[in-house]
Design a protein around this ligand. Structure first.
Ligand code: NDP
Length: 252
């Protein structure tokens, strides 16, 4: 199998898995966090699980990126910096900062599926940036790069802020509370909205099928989970604000 054939096959697999994941997660909520339940086999402690399944997005990405002939070109380097900004935080700082409930575990099956996805996604995105994509220096003046980066930055700020609100809530008690303030007055899951904005921004900035596949996969993964979180809040808190939606203000 040539490098290009392997790339096409992995990319197609990510597009197909986005469709499968969307349907599966609308029928069955992923069993971790508040939706954790018996019957999913052995699990790992939450912090360890996050570090393991996010690590390919740093290590494998860096390795694949480094194989490409365009690895020292300015635009791929700029996009590499964006990717690492997010994933160093997600794979190292985020797991260290959360306060998981003591009984909480992430099933090995979930960890394994996440590792496989992160490996495939790192491969397609890194290979595109440093090898298959075409980013001449003129791309530095292209509207797609900068509008994509702007959306990525807005999503990143939203995601980090929303996760920090949840972190503070958890430091006040070991259970769950209703998050309040700013975007939380409109939706239940601004952290997921921020994440989706980030990867849509990435798709625009890289103008690539690899980026588009990742953005679609993120929507497929997080939109059903936002709906499940929203239902869970409404069932658990009788005083849950009625005007709040799940993921998109006024719409969803
Ligand atoms: P959640 O919002 O379910 O939980 C985030 C953390 O906050 C957990 O430690 C959780 O505890 C705690 N928490 C959540 N709600 C409350 C509350 N109301 N009161 C107190 N504590 C609370 O997010 P996820 O764990 O699903 O995801 C974490 C991050 O990873 C997010 O930024 C998300 O965007 C990102 N992510 C990205 C994915 C992608 O496809 N790119 C996929 C999955 C996640 P507990 O675990 O005990 O519920």
């Amino acid at each position: 199998m040539t490098g290009q054939t392997l790339y096409d096959a992995v990319l197609l697999a990510i597009f197909c898995s986005a469709a499968v994941v969307l349907v599966a997660l609308l029928l069955l909520t992923a069993p971790y966090g508040r939706h954790g339940r018996q019957g999913w086999g052995p699990g790992l402690p939450v912090r360890t699980a996050w570090m393991i399944f996010e690590s390919p997005a740093v290590l494998a990405f860096a390795w694949f990126y480094w194989q490409g002939p365009q690895r020292l070109d300015p635009v791929p380097l700029l996009l590499l910096a964006l990717w690492l900004l997010h994933y160093l935080q997600r794979a190292v700082l985020y797991p260290l900062s959360i306060r998981p409930r003591r009984s909480s575990k992430v099933p090995l099956a979930v960890v394994l599926m996440s590792v496989v996805f992160n490996l495939a996604n790192a491969y397609t995105n890194a290979r595109w940036l440093s090898d298959l994509g075409h980013y001449p220096s003129g791309w530095l003046a292209d509207w797609r790069l900068w509008s994509g980066i702007a959306l990525f930055a807005a999503g990143y700020a939203t995601n980090r802020w929303a996760d920090s609100v949840l972190r503070k809530l958890r430091s006040e008690s070991t259970g769950y509370k209703i998050p309040r303030g700013l975007l939380y007055e409109r939706i239940s899951c601004p952290n997921y909205l921020g994440e989706i904005m980030q990867w849509c921004g990435w798709a625009v900035a890289t103008w690539s099928l690899a980026g588009l596949a990742f953005a679609l996969f993120t929507v497929a993964n997080l939109a059903p989970r936002a709906l499940a979180h929203h239902r869970w809040y409404r069932e658990r808190f009788p005083d849950y604000p009625a005007q709040r939606r799940a993921l998109v203000p006024f719409i969803l």
